[in-house]
Ligand binder design. Structure first.
Ligand code: ZN
Length: 56
């Protein structure tokens, strides 16, 4: 299980996404940050790759 929280990528937001793999995590987390925070994909991708957490 992997997780990413909005705080990890710099937002003051309690949203946390959990998923089975990177792709699912990106899709779920991306939808939230794009819609809620107006973050653009090209800005999210480097943060995502840096902050993604693996919880095995
Ligand atoms: Zn958020």
């Amino acid at each position: 299980m992997k997780s990413l929280s909005c705080r990890d990528i710099g937002f003051d937001c309690d949203y946390t996404v959990k998923a089975e793999n990177d792709t699912e995590l990106f899709n779920k987390g991306g939808r939230h940050v794009f819609n809620t925070h107006g973050l653009r994909e090209e800005h999210f991708i480097p943060k995502f790759n840096e902050k993604i957490k693996s919880e095995i």
